[in-house]
Design a protein. Structure first.
Length: 347
């Protein structure tokens, strides 16, 4: 057989050995997310999950997919990629649980121009941490090395979560006038509105390594605070009874997300004085000259999840959620009408 010193795949910018090295490195992180129902590990052509072993008799599957948006740009520019995977998981599983479903397994898609095994491992280890905190198994994914598609050091992430619930247990259900709105505090900006955030930072003239005007760490570190995971806490509330709906407050803020879980003919009244506005949002609003209405439909403004609760169960649910580690504010009620009406001031 004649040996030729021709062009190789590595010469074209794709290193299969690096991809294999990444898979081997992340296997322990994925393994620690195993839960009842997990059948196979990483490395196969597909991933298996056993719903019966997970404890379901008559399950309905629920799926969600999302990304992290331009928050990735801050992670890339600062080199702090260790928690961006938590954001990826949170954006998917926090949506999933709003349907009443328990997240069961997760898959990720990681694409880059040139694979850096250490960077890739740090990202996937963050994904595994988010899965572990959510009781969700990381059972597969895809690493795509695509030279010419991304600038040096850049990457993109997408996540895919699948959950289940017993038939007939889906949310929202039984939402009625007078239901109590329990707001669960956010960890900061979470993963929405970062194109605006980066524009405000540009206007401020500050660098990512400058001390944040609204917190003790650097600006980059404060803005990379990972999205809060609400999964195990709200599943406990659902099991306790009295939860009529859940709204994950993402892009569109309180103004756009809460109405998504309210039936026709019902709206909500929210008291803006019921919780403190986190300093990061005040800084963003003041630096940008942002109107309060714009703030409320762009960011979570300090409330990352809303529990729509039966009035007779609201006090018990609040105590349960606080025992689960949540900071809970009673922020309003379901009313006749449509949309969200605000009273009081946030800014």
């Amino acid at each position: 057989m004649t040996t030729k010193n021709g062009l190789t795949y590595v010469d074209a910018g794709v290193d299969i050995d690096a991809g294999n090295a990444l898979v081997e490195r992340i296997k322990p992180a994925a393994k620690r997310t195993n839960r009842p129902g997990t059948v196979s590990g990483l490395g196969g052509f597909g991933a298996l999950f056993d719903l019966k072993a997970a404890g379901y008799a008559d399950p309905v599957l629920v799926a969600a997919t999302d990304g992290v948006g331009t928050k990735l740009r801050i992670a890339i520019d600062t080199g702090n990629v260790d928690t961006i995977g938590i954001d990826l998981v949170a954006m998917c599983v926090n949506d999933l649980v709003c349907q009443g479903a328990e997240p069961l397994f997760f898959l990720d898609y990681f694409a880059t121009g040139k694979l850096d095994v250490d960077q890739g491992a740090r990202i996937v280890e963050g994904i595994a941490e988010g899965c572990a905190q959510s009781g969700c198994a990381l059972i597969g994914g895809e690493t795509a090395e695509m030279p010419g598609m991304y600038h040096a050091g850049d990457f993109d992430l997408a996540g895919f979560a699948v959950g289940a619930m017993e038939r007939g247990h889906d949310l929202p259900r039984d939402v009625g006038e007078g239901d109590v709105l329990l707001g669960l505090a956010s960890n900061g900006v979470h993963s929405n509105g970062y194109s605006f955030v980066r524009k405000v930072v540009e206007l401020s003239g500050l660098g990512w390594d400058a001390k944040a005007p609204f917190g003790p760490a650097t600006l980059g570190e404060e803005l990379l605070a990972p999205t809060r995971l609400y999964v195990t806490q709200v599943l406990a509330a659902i099991r306790a009874g009295g939860v009529h709906a859940l709204a994950h407050i993402t892009g569109g803020g309180l103004t756009e997300n809460l109405p998504r879980v309210l039936p026709d003919g019902l709206g909500a009244e929210i008291d803006l004085g019921a919780w403190p506005l986190p300093p990061v949002f005040r800084w963003l609003a003041e630096t940008a000259g942002m109107a309060e209405a714009e703030l409320l439909k762009t960011f979570n403004s300090g409330i990352g999840m809303i529990v729509v609760a039966d009035p007779a169960r609201a006090a018990d649910l609040r105590r349960l959620l606080e025992a689960e580690g949540e900071t809970v504010h009673e922020i309003g009620r379901v009313t006749k009408g449509q949309g969200v009406a605000y009273r009081g001031r946030l800014l």
